[in-house]
Ligand binder design. Structure first.
Ligand SMILES: [Zn+2]
Length: 106
């Protein structure tokens, strides 16, 4: 079942297949790296991230996290390999840089 827009009562559609989500500690270190999709409502244009993989492809205790996160940040900088989202537990600022959004901790 696809996500449903609560406002419009229609199913979301995939806008971008393959985005990277980096779940961050408040300290700014990466906790988990995920593959997911960007979905949108064709009526109100609200966007959400869903369709997550079953597991993160990298977690903080793995020895390759530093190298994998460096790749993510390079993709974010060059805007290649789809959008990159840095996600914090608490978020109040959304910052757009060519379609890349970043949430900052409160
Ligand atoms: Zn909608």
């Amino acid at each position: 079942m696809r996500p449903i827009c609560a406002h419009c009562a229609i199913e979301y559609a995939v806008k971008t297949c393959g985005v990277t989500v980096a779940v961050m500690f408040a300290s700014g270190r990466p906790y988990q790296l995920w593959n997911a999709d960007l979905w949108y409502c064709s009526s109100c244009r609200q966007e959400i991230i869903g369709g997550f993989a079953d597991h993160p492809y990298c977690v903080d205790y793995q020895s390759n996290m530093e190298a994998e996160f460096a790749k993510v940040m390079e993709h974010k900088r060059t805007n290649t390999c789809g959008p990159v989202y840095l996600v914090y537990e608490s978020c109040r600022i959304r910052d757009a840089h060519g379609g890349i959004f970043e949430c900052l901790p409160l």
